[in-house]
Design a protein around this ligand. Structure first.
Ligand code: BGC
Length: 805
């Protein structure tokens, strides 16, 4: 059977003689590499099903192949799948050429225009008549429209436009769609790449079923400053971990590739160095050395390109004086040049127009010139493009080639998404209902949530609890559902399906066995609830105090100068601790907080971030030991804001502070506080313990084209099964540029039964030893290196050295 559809042709026929003949047929095809065979010898002895890509092969060539006398039987039937106007046998490039030849300049500019519907994260441009503009072919994409019904209705308007170019619907699907997963920083604490890919996959399955084609995620900004509210959206402070997570998330969102109806376009953002905002103030300028830019902030973006990210979003900040949106170096030279990125770049919200406020563009028209020249393809909500670009081309101030290139990039993605074949292919109400109510998704969310929890302290193994204890849950977050969703959840009217901490614990211990008192608000100053909280604590065997941030205390535009616990929460903890009851403090937040008193006095601390729809159940899993926590911090936790930045991979000085973290005069440090963080990068406890020994390097001296296998034995020395994230750090001991004291270069999450040992292998290769030298060349310099293996960046258990010849 030949079934013609727009992208591929299925040829099913029986071949008479031998496999040799089959090969001959295949060889006969001029493009044989484009043929794949399915079911050889399985369905029937001689039946073959070939999928031939119609982009490459003409129908008559196929018919020629099917003629030879070798067939005993041939049933040829042309499928009824209709050809779209652009399908035929053309490549996507040819289809785009054909379409663009018909487009007016205004229609091309229209493809570069993105509007928002009502929900906004920035100033919304005057409404005007957006739907009329959609019908006039003046809009390429909409954001913040969701659901089959709405996206279909608006797509129908786009289908009334002259050339019927479908819209792309984009949305911030940051950590889940209907099923909300832990915030990305929390997920990063799992160090579980498979889990993070799966979380993004579920988000894509749900969003795509709900009419969404495009998520503005993953955010891959490295963030070393917890005052910056957007640390919650990323993977933390480390570049190596950040690259791995960027890749996993892109794969998760894009699944088996664009064109599948459960794949949505990923968008690596915010390009670039947004996380290096001076003072941790959102949108602020970035002043950065070229080396730090290339070495620390850009690699996760490169990893996203390599993983196939369909789109990029640029950022609000300037980089060394040039706004990222108008920055030709990063967008044209690096991204679209050296890195070979073929997708398109969308501006951040209004960031093209904001170049005027930066003092980098005189007015909106000037901003449009600078942005399109620098490589920003699509204008999100600033209207600089729709209002100016066509005229700028007519006036000769912008080359039409720039518009053509940007328009082409957008159209290519629309073709890849299959929207020209069927603009409603993401609009299936039945599928939407099924995907948004899939219980499997909740089970995955619970698993990812418990993997994201970090056990920071557990004196005398107070955790896990047994269910026969009388427990008091005290604190302002105990019954909250909204706060569990975090800042960037997709907004839904009804959040009653979110499992609060109270519900999660109660599910486990049964009704009546869990006491509760709110105690205080998250940031108000009233202590009126303290007395009740203390009373409730006294009635219990053990107290769980749940404190932290409200969901709008971390996120976009949520920078904080003080990152201590707000309001009177710490006083509440002190009052409850004074009862003498054993206390477990659970901190829910979108960023590392400062909580020194708690860290020093509470016997147990769980960092639970914002864990999403299944927060309560996941927390109960950990509290009662149904799951042994294995999370490790993806960011260092400072003792004070004054220490920031406090990242583990700082460079050495000529007067390094003592390695034991003490204060010593005339060394690089403070006279009133040690340099070390309260909790270091990579740190996290388990209900069991692990031993590291038997470190072996396959070689102590290598040439640049060789690798070293670093192996060691990891043993679970406790009484419970548990996972350990073993980490390998490397230091270049002498180099032409001062190198960090250590850099993460490999890690592995390993599950071990009590008493079990495994040999773990890490690899060192040239790339891992390379850095940008003073000429900004990426080189591995010969010399001595130290290799460190351990349970966190400051808990190094094994050490050795090697030489790069
Ligand atoms: C944020 C982006 C987001 C966009 C659309 C902007 O304010 O910086 O991260 O994707 O809004 O909502």
């Amino acid at each position: 059977m030949i079934n013609l559809c727009t992208q591929s042709i299925r040829v099913c026929f029986t071949l008479n003689p031998s496999p040799a003949c089959r090969c001959k047929c295949v060889r006969f095809l001029p493009f044989r590499s484009n043929i794949s065979m399915f079911g050889t010898g399985k369905r029937t002895k001689d039946a073959f099903l070939w999928i031939i890509n119609l982009n490459q092969i003409h129908l008559n060539q196929i018919l020629m192949i099917l003629k030879p006398k070798h067939y005993s039987f041939l049933l040829l039937c042309v499928g009824l799948v209709p050809f779209s106007a652009y399908a035929k046998d053309k490549t996507i490039d040819q289809k785009v050429d054909e379409l663009m030849a018909k487009m007016t300049l205004e229609e091309k500019v229209g493809q570069l225009n993105q509007y928002s519907s009502s929900w906004a994260t920035g100033p919304v441009s005057p409404e005007g008549n957006k739907m009329q503009e959609v019908q006039d072919g003046k809009v390429g994409s909409l954001l913040n429209v969701k659901g089959v019904e709405k996206t279909r209705a608006i797509q129908e308007i786009a289908m009334k436009s002259r050339l019927k170019i479908p819209l792309i619907f984009g949305l911030d699907v940051i950590h889940g769609y209907k099923t909300t997963f832990p915030i990305p920083l929390a997920e990063a604490a799992s160090w579980d790449l498979g889990a993070m890919e799966q979380s993004a996959r579920v988000a894509a399955v749900e969003a795509s079923a709900s009419g969404i084609h495009w998520t503005f995620a993953p955010m891959v900004d490295i963030a070393r400053d917890p005052r910056w509210g957007r640390v919650m959206e990323g993977a933390g402070e480390d570049t190596y971990l950040g690259c791995a997570i960027a890749k996993a998330r892109v794969h998760g969102f894009q699944g088996n590739g664009l064109g599948n109806t459960d794949a949505i376009m990923a968008c690596a953002k915010h390009f670039a160095a947004y996380g290096a905002a001076i003072g941790g103030r959102d949108y602020n300028a970035v002043d950065i050395s070229p080396r730090t830019l290339l070495e620390v902030y850009l690699p996760p973006f490169k990893a996203a390109v390599d993983a196939g990210a369909a789109t990029f979003m640029n950022s609000f900040n300037s980089i060394n004086g040039v706004p990222a949106t108008g920055n030709a170096y990063i967008q044209r030279e690096l991204l679209k040049g050296q890195w070979g990125f073929k997708g398109f770049v969308v501006s951040d919200w209004g960031s093209i127009g904001e170049m005027v406020a930066h003092g980098y563009a005189a007015d909106a028209a000037d901003a449009a010139v600078k942005a399109i020249t620098a490589g920003s393809d699509m204008d999100m909500e600033s209207r600089c493009y729709p209002l100016n670009l066509a005229q700028l081309v007519r006036d000769g101030k912008v080359s039409e080639n720039l518009v053509n290139d940007a328009c082409r990039r957008v159209l290519v993605k629309k073709f890849e998404l299959g929207l020209f074949d069927d603009p409603y292919r993401f609009c299936n109400a039945k599928r939407e209902k099924q995907a948004l109510n899939d219980p499997q998704h909740r089970a995955i969310a619970r698993d990812v949530a418990r993997k994201s929890i970090v056990l920071l302290k557990n004196d005398n193994n107070i955790l896990p609890l047994t269910t026969d204890k009388k427990i008091a849950l005290i604190g302002p977050l105990g019954k909250s559902k909204e706060d569990m969703l975090g800042f960037w959840n997709v907004g839904w009217e009804d959040n009653s399906d979110v499992v609060s901490q109270f519900e999660g614990l109660e599910n486990r211990v049964g009704k009546g066995n869990l006491l509760y008192a709110k105690g205080c608000g998250i940031d108000d100053l009233s202590k009126d609830g303290f007395a009740e909280a203390v009373e409730v604590a006294k009635q219990a065997d053990v107290v769980i105090l749940t404190v932290g941030e409200r969901r709008d205390q971390s996120g976009e535009a949520k920078s904080r100068a003080s990152i201590e616990m707000s309001g009177v929460q710490e006083d509440l903890i002190k009052a409850v601790c004074a009862t003498g009851k054993p206390v477990i403090v659970m901190i829910n937040a979108g960023r590392p907080l400062v909580f020194n008193w708690v860290a020093d006095h509470a016997p147990a601390i769980l960092y639970t971030w914002w864990l999403g729809s299944e927060a309560g159940n996941a927390i109960a899993d950990v509290v009662f030991g149904d799951y042994n926590p294995a999370g490790k911090l993806p960011m260092s936790f400072p003792r004070s804001e004054g220490q920031i930045p406090v990242n583990y991979n700082y460079t050495s000085t000529g007067r390094p502070a003592p390695a034991n973290g003490s204060i010593a005069p005339y060394t690089s440090g403070y006279i009133d506080m040690v340099n070390t963080p309260k909790f270091p990068f990579g740190f996290g406890l388990s209900y069991t313990t692990f031993k590291y020994d038997n470190l072996k390097l396959s070689a102590n001296s290598i040439h640049a084209d060789q690798t070293i296998d670093v192996s060691f034995t990891l043993t679970n020395t406790g009484k419970r099964a548990g996972e350990e994230v073993a980490q390998m750090y490397v230091r270049d001991l002498v180099a032409s540029s001062v190198r960090p004291v250590k850099e993460l270069k490999d890690f592995q999450k390993v599950l071990l039964e009590p008493g079990e040992s495994k040999t773990i292998h890490f690899t060192i290769n040239k790339e891992k030893l390379s850095f940008f030298n003073n000429n900004l060349e990426f080189v591995a310099e010969p010399g001595d290196f130290s290799v460190m293996v351990g349970a966190s960046s400051s808990d190094i258990r094994l050490k050795d050295k090697f030489i790069l010849q």
